[in-house]
Write a protein that binds this ligand. Structure first.
Ligand code: 5GP
Ligand code: ZN
Length: 116
């Protein structure tokens, strides 16, 4: 995707500080952290929705999900962590390239819709 920010990060067209990279994905720090540690795990191929994944991409995503816990030190996952994939407008997806938020480093609440 030509105009996709995350594709540009993946291809190195826009410099970004990568915390980790392998053949499947890169991990960067979120520019606007919502937790003590807030990383983005970004698959190298472009698709927006889980429902659009090819079989290959779904196998890649499974590998990414099993690699994340192996990055315990790099991503500071010792005390527990949360993975979030925002899909579509109601969930607040702002970047149309599927990515996994990796949140850790402090006790988290659970209030995705801002209930009083
Ligand atoms: P979404 O809202 O699509 O689930 O997540 C997109 C995330 O990308 C947001 O948390 C946002 O802060 C992050 N983001 C947007 N632009 C940039 C950027 O230029 N650099 C980095 N590191 N993160 C970004
Ligand atoms: Zn993309």
């Amino acid at each position: 995707m030509e105009d996709c920010l995350f594709c540009k990060f993946v291809k190195g067209e826009i410099p970004v500080n990568k915390v980790f990279e392998n053949e499947d994905f890169i991990v960067i720090r979120d520019i606007n952290p919502q937790c003590a540690n807030h990383f983005l795990a970004i698959p190298k191929t472009h698709y927006k929705y889980l429902g659009e994944m090819t079989e290959t991409e779904s196998k890649t995503l499974a590998r990414i999900l099993s690699t994340i816990p192996e990055l315990k030190n790099e991503l500071s996952l010792e005390g527990g962590y949360r993975l979030v994939i925002n899909q579509g407008d109601d969930a607040g997806q702002t970047v149309p390239h599927l990515h996994i938020h990796v949140l850790s480093g402090e006790k988290m609440g659970w209030n995705p819709a801002g209930r009083e």
